[in-house]
Design a protein. Structure first.
Length: 167
């Protein structure tokens, strides 16, 4: 469901897949080949929120922008994620059930499943963040980057398949 708010309507690229049970409201810009899965809520009522090319936001996740925010290209937001980040760099993987309460997530980082990133955090590029509260546990390995690429490839294809089937 797409909703306008205070004169701002979501802008969705024609190649993007948006589930009919997603709720997207306000000043949201969704770029090419993005997939938004069932139960997702994306709300930009206080700023402009951009979701970059080839990203996927999986089932039952919430993305909210209190001010201008950007989710870079090639980002995986797993199932049941709560994301309030101001900026998420490219090729970031935010694992299922993670909570990101604002801040900046550097490119090629992994936020582990269930991790809690505290408000105001500045996660350096290529960081592996684990725990509650989330702490940098070390550098991202090449296997993490490859996993992110595989997930993105899979979800780009799934989004196209769902669109082709009229879903």
């Amino acid at each position: 469901m797409l909703r306008s708010y205070k004169g701002n309507s979501p802008q969705i690229h024609p190649s993007a897949f948006v589930s009919e049970t997603a709720y997207i409201v306000g000043n949201v810009e969704i770029k090419a080949n993005v997939s938004i899965w069932p139960g997702t809520v994306i709300r930009a009522d206080s700023g402009h929120l951009v979701i970059g090319e080839n990203s996927c936001i999986q089932d039952n996740s919430t993305v909210h922008a209190d001010r201008d925010a950007k989710i870079g290209p090639n980002v995986v937001i797993g199932h049941n994620v709560l994301c309030h980040a101001d900026f998420v760099g490219e090729y970031v993987l935010i694992g299922s059930g993670a909570i990101v309460n604002g801040g900046i997530i550097g490119e090629y980082s992994v936020i582990g499943s269930g991790a809690v990133v505290l408000e105001g955090s500045d996660i350096p590029p290529r960081s592996l963040v684990l725990g509650c509260p989330g702490r940098v546990a070390g550098p991202v390995q090449e296997r993490h980057i490859e996993l992110t690429r595989q997930i993105l490839s899979t979800y780009i294809q799934k989004g196209k398949n769902f669109k082709d089937h009229g879903l």
